[in-house]
Design a protein around this ligand. Sequence first.
Ligand code: CO
Length: 212
Amino acid sequence: MTSYEKIFENNRQWIAQKTGSNRDFFAQLAKEQNPDYLYIGCSDSRVTAEELMGLGPGEVFVHRNVANLVNNVDLNVMAVLNYAIRHLKVKHIIVCGHYNCGGVKAAMNPQDLGILNPWLRNIRDVYRFHKAELNAITDVHKRYDRLVELNVYEQCTNIIKTAALQLSYAAEGYPEVHGWVFDIRTGQIIDLEIDFKQILKDIKDIYNITAN
Ligand code: CO
């Protein structure tokens, strides 16, 4: 475990490393941000954002919460989405779930978790939407993995429902939404290859904001 004091030593070494290869690194960093990516992931300490993608400061706008949820009435994630789409004009939005997600596991088990009840109920709703598929999976571990994937799919759909996404995509042709799972057992990013354009087309029957 890294001690509290060691973190500041790490920080000094990091500054030396960054300015060693580029003397103006922090002067440039301080000017502005212009990231191409918005990453929405789980708060889990094992699932980093920048590190697993090999990206550095300034390259990705990040939002993390328990079980990478994009709740329609969560002002926090909606503010992040709006800012990233309308102001930063990101080109790609990634929802990244991960296998062995404690939040998804908790949602699969009947227990009272206090304030986490309404939060994790969003995952139970995902289970309900896909109940037939999930209940047909007899291996409980495989069912848990599949719920992680379906949760990502539904959170991507929640992003596609928003006015910010629909208006930007109609006017600019971006951002596109991607669903990933981080396989914590191997370190691999798995692109679920969700059909962004098809989801956008399908949900417009009900969630169209742009009148086109
Ligand atoms: Co998690």
